[in-house]
Design a protein around this ligand. Structure first.
Ligand code: ZN
Ligand code: ZN
Length: 261
C-alpha cells in the first residue's frame, strides 16, 4: 500500500506532526508514504497562508528517514495550488528545490477559492464547472513542473448535481496534455469521504484516461488526520483493475516507478 497524498503540520490546514502520520502509516501496513504539504501562493482566503520553509521541510523529512527509513519509505513531495498568474513563480521555486513528487492541484479558480464557496457565487453550476476545467487546461498548457494532476474533478466535491454538464471534451484535452507531457493523474480517495460515489477523478474520467492510453496513476488519501491514511486504497485498486489498468505508480526524484497491480 502506497499513500501518495499526505499532509502534515507543514500545511496551514493540518496540525498533525509528520512523525505521528508516519507512526500511524506503519500501524496500517503502508509501505511507502509521500508527504505532499501545501504551497498555495496567493491563496484568496487570507486566513490561510499555505507556505512553509523549504529547508526546514527538507531537514524534517531527512530526520524522519533516519528514524523510520528501515520500516517505511518516506518521500518528499509537495502539493502546489496552481493559478494562471503564478506559473512563473512556481517554476522558480520548483527549479530551485528538489522534490520526489509534485501534485499540481487547482484549489482556486478565477481568483476565488473553491473551499469557502466564494467561487460558486453568482454562477450556474455549468458556468462554474466550465470555468474550472478551462482554467485548469489553460494552466497545464504552459506549466510542466509537476508529476501528477491532483483531484482533477475537485469542483464536483463542493457542488454536485446529476444534471450538470461534465465537460468531458475539455477534460479529454487536459488528459491528452498530461499524457503527451509524460505526466500522470492521481486518484484522490478523499472523494469517498466527502460523499461522492468514487474517488477523484470519477470512473468516467478514469475510463477516458485509459482509452487515451494514460498509464501513470498514483493513489493518495489526502489525509489531514492519521485515521484516514490509506483510506479506500483496496477499493481503488479493484476499480483500476476493472477499467484495465495494470500498474500503479510511485515516484523517486520525479521519475515514475511502476508496480504491477
Ligand atoms: Zn488539494
Ligand atoms: Zn491535499
Amino acid at each position: 500500500m502506497f499513500d501518495y497524498h499526505v499532509h502534515s503540520h507543514f500545511s496551514a490546514d493540518c496540525d498533525i506532526q509528520m512523525e505521528k502520520m508516519i507512526q500511524n502509516a506503519l500501524k496500517k501496513g503502508i509501505m511507502e508514504i509521500c508527504f505532499t504539504d501545501h504551497i498555495d501562493f496567493d491563496y484568496p482566503d487570507p486566513d490561510f497562508i499555505f507556505e512553509f520553509d523549504l529547508q526546514t521541510y527538507d531537514q524534517h523529512i531527512h530526520q524522519m528517514r533516519e528514524h523510520y527509513g528501515q520500516e517505511i519509505a518516506i518521500k518528499k513531495g509537495v502539493e502546489i495550488g496552481i493559478q494562471p498568474h503564478l506559473i512563473d513563480r512556481y517554476n522558480e521555486v520548483l527549479n530551485e528545490e528538489s522534490f520526489d513528487f509534485i501534485i499540481c492541484s487547482m484549489h482556486s479558480t478565477a481568483g476565488y477559492d473553491l473551499h469557502s464557496g466564494k467561487f460558486f457565487e453568482g454562477k450556474t453550476l455549468n458556468e462554474a464547472y466550465e470555468t474550472y476545467y478551462t482554467e485548469l487546461y489553460y494552466c497545464i498548457k504552459s506549466f510542466k513542473n509537476y508529476s501528477v494532476l491532483g483531484h482533477l474533478d475537485l469542483v464536483k466535491r463542493y457542488r454536485y448535481d446529476q444534471n450538470v454538464h461534465h465537460f468531458l471534451e475539455v477534460i479529454e484535452e487536459i488528459l491528452k496534455t498530461v499524457i503527451t507531457d509524460g505526466k500522470g493523474i492521481e486518484v484522490n480517495t478523499s472523494g469517498y469521504r466527502s460523499g461522492l460515489e468514487s474517488g477523484m477523478p470519477d470512473m468516467d474520467i478514469l475510463r477516458l484516461y485509459k482509452d487515451l492510453n494514460g498509464e501513470i496513476i498514483t493513489i493518495g488519501s489526502d489525509s489531514h488526520t492519521p485515521d484516514t491514511l490509506g483510506y479506500g486504497y483496496q477499493k481503488t485498486v479493484e476499480q483500476l483493475k476493472d477499467i484495465g489498468f495494470t500498474y500503479i505508480t510511485t515516484y523517486e526524484k520525479q521519475k515514475p516507478i511502476f508496480h504491477k497491480l
